[in-house]
Design a protein around this ligand. Structure first.
Ligand code: PHE
Length: 331
């Protein structure tokens, strides 16, 4: 039986005939299986010897089957590869890339952290106290209008700026404070090439003793030149915010190839108004932000605008449309 099986195995030309050979000898009705079943009729004194013979035959046949299978696979593989040039480069895979807003946000955070600012955060669903009242914004201020702000029936609202994080940070920490808070802000703006109803801001707050206006200007100019290059043109325009005094808007010159350069507003900033410190003290029930002792500066920039300047993007809507032709340029 063994000799016959080994001959059949070695003659097998493919995996199917090899399997036939296996079934013929080791299958349920295979020749060796049938002989093994007959061992019960063998006289007791011969059983051990016969058993040994059967085992030896089974081991030899199984080994031959395995060896032949490996050999057949190798032949099949070689045949499959014939005519294929395995040295050709592989077809390229589509790999995703970071969104421009993510790139600019991470870069802004990295620069500001190097300057000693720590990350802070607050909720996007805010109350009027943290978004307006504590920021010295009177009840009749236009920013609080239902026309400009998304209100919930509960009286809560979608924060219109990340400045609410200033308030939350000062409520829970004492000076010196040096934080940045990137996040979404919401306004009921008419949607056009530079406005969306949701946008991305990065808030900054520095409170301590002797924080001055030159600190504010120096910090922001350094930051913008780190981000856009040392030749970046920056201008501070006097402005008004209820929570800073004096206040400024910051413009950066945007140059798009083939177009006249344009100043684009990217941030609001100023020295923290003492009225804000007073509101914070009242909320904290202490005098940790004594307006006689501490000063501070704050800024809030539009990350979408920063991305538009960095890459010369003319329409803010490109940032939310997820058009692959746009996004793949940032790979
Ligand atoms: N919160 C202001 C805005 O959204 C920006 C700002 C932040 C201005 C901090 C001054 C200080 O326009």
């Amino acid at each position: 039986i063994q000799t016959e099986a080994l001959a059949q195995i070695s003659a097998a030309a493919d995996e199917r005939s090899l399997d036939d050979a296996r079934v013929a000898v080791l299958g349920k009705k295979g020749t060796l299986t049938l002989v093994a079943a007959g061992i019960k009729d063998v006289p007791k004194e011969d059983k051990a010897a016969v058993g040994q013979l059967l085992n030896a035959a089974r081991t030899a046949i199984t080994a031959a089957l395995e060896e032949k299978q490996v050999a057949l696979r190798e032949i099949a593989d070689r045949a499959a590869l014939a005519g294929i040039d395995v040295t050709l480069p592989a077809r390229s895979q589509h790999v995703g890339s970071l969104h421009p807003l993510t790139i600019i946000r991470d870069e802004a955070i990295r620069i500001l952290r190097r300057m000693g600012f720590a990350l802070a955060e607050g909720p996007e669903i805010e109350d009027e106290f943290h978004c307006f009242d504590a920021l010295n914004t009177p009840a009749d201020h236009p920013a609080r209008n239902e026309k400009d702000t998304f209100y919930f029936d509960s009286g809560k609202l979608l924060r219109t700026h990340t400045s609410s994080v200033q308030v939350r940070t000062m409520e829970s920490q004492a000076p010196p404070i040096r934080i940045i808070a990137p996040g979404s802000a919401y306004r009921r703006d008419e949607i056009d090439a530079t406005h969306l109803s949701v946008f991305n801001q990065l808030e900054g707050l520095y409170v301590g003793t002797d924080v001055s206006l030159p600190d504010l200007k120096g910090t922001l100019e350094y930051f913008l030149r780190e981000l856009f290059g040392t030749n970046t043109e920056v201008r501070f325009r006097p402005h008004f915010f209820p929570f800073t005094e004096p206040s400024f808007e910051i413009d950066v010159k945007l140059t798009v190839k083939g177009q006249a350069p344009k100043w684009i507003e990217i941030a609001g900033c100023g020295m923290v108004d003492p009225a804000v410190f007073e509101a914070i003290n009242k909320s904290r029930k202490d005098n940790a932000f004594d307006p006689e002792k501490v000063t501070g500066f704050a800024f809030g920039m539009g990350l979408d605008r920063l991305a538009m300047i960095r890459w010369g993007i003319k329409d803010i809507r490109l940032l939310i449309e997820n058009d692959a032709r746009f996004l793949k340029q940032f790979a």
